[in-house]
Design a protein. Structure first.
Length: 342
């Protein structure tokens, strides 16, 4: 019995070690599970053989990714080129914003005590150094992103190949797994798996809804403010909003500050209001969207998001509800007994 536990622990440790190096395979396996319903439907509805159903679903999935990816890249490239032609250079920004601001500061600072002037100068110098560091990190990140594209394409190709093979072999893999499980254990495992699969699709649905709401609000707000290239900028806001740690504020607030420095009060205050509206609306609808998509109550969703945020920051907003879903799945499978009285 002890040897069995030792081998289980060794396998668990090796699995945890290999997970970071197996992400394309893991995503391929999860995608195959999500597409299995369509494969089964084709087999039952049109009497397809499995190879035919898998090929039909796989080709449709690849075409869908190709169409979305092509249009996405085409729109982004077109608007990025147009935006780059109209974006002011650093020299323009220096002439239109920095020099007038420095002139105003020089005029008003004549009556200030030397200690105050020295403190303000130190603050400005510190902020300039911080901005310089941020720009250097941004350039380094862009270079790393460009150098990572070939590796991403290779991993994406591996993902597609593994997806096709997993889809083809999924029934055999299921039977193989069942052969290692007792009847009672098998029922619990597949119950947990079905719950997590349902929750995973619900999580993607919730993210899609929240991103769509953010995109529409950003498009409307930027349109009212008279900003051009609203599709590109709204999409950038959505992407940054999805990423942990960052958020809409990392785009809108610096943009608003620059607009105010350039004496464009309408745009500056408008961007601040847009940031507040997007933040408030998302925080209000997030618990409801998560609860309806993930199958947990709005109260449990709100509590899990708040505690997750307090413990892990913005990443905890996503991780908190996932933990609740996993707990609910284990409870429904009677793996965690909750029937007790005090």
């Amino acid at each position: 019995m002890s040897n069995q536990w030792v081998w289980t622990a060794v396998i668990a440790v090796i699995t945890l070690f290999l997970i970071p190096y197996s992400l394309p395979l893991i995503f391929a396996f999860l995608t195959a599970i999500m597409l299995e319903g369509m494969v089964t439907w084709l087999i039952n509805k049109f009497s397809f053989r499995r190879i035919q159903a898998v090929m039909a679903v796989f080709i449709g999935y690849v075409l869908l990714i190709g169409v979305i990816g092509y249009n996405f890249i085409a729109i982004i490239a077109h608007q990025a080129v147009a935006l780059s032609k109209r974006t002011p250079t650093l020299e323009d920004f220096y002439q239109s914003a920095i020099l007038p601001l420095a002139g105003k500061w020089e005029f008003y600072s004549k009556n200030f005590p030397p200690e105050v002037i020295a403190q303000v100068d130190n603050t400005i110098e510190s902020n300039i150094n911080t901005l310089d560091t941020f720009l250097q990190q941004l350039i380094a990140s862009l270079i790393n992103l460009l150098t990572a594209i070939p590796g991403f394409l290779i991993e994406f190709l591996i993902y597609l190949i593994a997806l096709f093979m997993f889809s083809l072999e999924l029934p055999k893999l299921k039977l193989k797994l069942e052969s290692f499980l007792k009847d009672q254990t098998r029922q619990k495992v597949f119950l947990v798996g079905s719950q997590l699969n349902k929750a995973g699709l619900g999580f993607l649905k919730a993210q899609a809804i929240l991103s769509l709401v953010t995109f529409i609000m950003a498009m409307a707000g930027l349109g009212i403010l008279g900003v051009r290239f609203t599709v590109l900028l709204s999409l950038l806001i959505v992407i940054v909003d999805i990423l942990p740690i960052l958020g809409t504020g990392s785009i809108l607030i610096p943009w608003a500050v620059i607009a105010l420095i350039q004496d464009n009060s309408f745009l500056g205050f408008g961007l601040i209001i847009l940031f507040l509206v997007i933040t408030v609306v998302r925080r209000v609808i997030e618990p409801k969207v998560y609860s309806s998509s993930l199958g947990i109550s709005p109260l449990a969703s709100l509590i899990s998001m708040y505690i997750g945020f307090k413990l892990m920051g913005l990443a905890g907003v996503f991780i908190g509800p996932i933990i609740v879903i996993f707990f609910e799945a284990l409870k429904k499978a009677s793996i965690i007994p909750m029937k007790f009285k005090v």
